[in-house]
Design a protein around this ligand. Structure first.
Ligand code: ADP
Ligand code: ADP
Length: 232
């Protein structure tokens, strides 16, 4: 489903470069919840942002569903990105738009007719449990509710993959648990592949099937969560 081959990312130019990822290889299967864990600065954020080319790798290939993204032209890449949803630590909602308009945004970008937008947003509001909140603004919502809007927006174009960039790191433990349960539900319901990065072990243990440990821009260990974390 997702294959990263020989992925290297260097930031900066000349003699002032920082290597964030170094010849990294990774395979993620369709329908699994795959976690990447590592300390701050290990390269997690760079890694996940390379999967939808929010960050362009310096070298290497990014395969999603049989297509190599780094070689696509602008139009084809845009199309492909619609099928890769993403949620963020700080939600990245439009503060001057209602819950409804935030969720409708990617649908409208994709040229969806208004009547279909209405129907889809209604479904998504129900899916994330925010039916009563469609006309509220982000500032009127709790952190957990904001992230539910983030999830709904990420799912608007029926993606094949959901990328989660420290998606629960700004939430309290109870809210974290409810968002993780939501992600698990969505994974089961749509056979959606989920990739998440986190620095928190309990997040991985709660919902991931497999995990990779990243350190210094490379993967130092990977496998089933039960194997990786039960080793002496
Ligand atoms: P993590 O998400 O695990 O904290 P990052 O991917 O953010 O790791 O960072 C990996 C390395 O790349 C770090 O050394 C970081 O300082 C560096 N880095 C990240 N983003 C940039 C950037 N935009 N410019 C320069 N260096 C960066
Ligand atoms: P079908 O292929 O018959 O549409 P699906 O199970 O793929 O069946 O979809 C059923 C419903 O779930 C549809 O309304 C579809 O838009 C929605 N759906 C499918 N995949 C996703 C997804 N990844 N995220 C959100 N909604 C989805």
């Amino acid at each position: 489903m997702i294959e990263l081959r020989g992925l290297t990312k260097r930031y900066g130019k000349g003699n002032k470069t920082a290597t964030a990822l170094s010849d990294l290889n990774l395979s993620i299967q369709k329908g699994e919840i795959f976690g990447v864990i590592g300390h701050s600065g290990a390269g997690k954020s760079t890694l996940i942002r390379c999967i939808n080319l929010l960050e362009r790798p310096t070298e290497g290939e990014v395969w999603v569903d049989g297509v190599e993204l780094t070689k696509l032209g602008k139009g084809r890449l845009q199309e492909k990105r619609r099928k890769i949803g993403m949620i963020f630590q700080h939600f990245n909602l439009l503060s001057s738009a209602t819950v409804y308009d935030n969720i409708a945004f990617p649908l409208r970008l994709a040229g969806t007719p208004d009547s279909a937008v209405e129907e889809k947003v209604k479904d998504l509001l129900a899916l994330v449990g925010l039916e009563g909140h469609r006309n509220k603004y982000p500032a009127q919502l709790s952190g957990g509710q904001k992230q539910r809007v983030g999830v709904a927006r990420a799912l608007a174009n029926d993606p094949d993959v959901l990328l989660c960039d420290e998606a629960t790191s700004a939430l309290d433990p109870q809210t974290t648990d409810s968002i993780l349960r939501l992600l698990l539900d969505i994974n089961r319901q749509f056979n959606l592949t989920i990739v998440l990065i986190t620095h928190e072990m309990h997040v991985i243990q709660r919902i991931c099937d497999r995990v990779a440990v990243i350190h210094g821009g490379g993967i130092v260990e990977q496998g089933a969560v039960t194997e990786v974390f039960l080793k002496p």
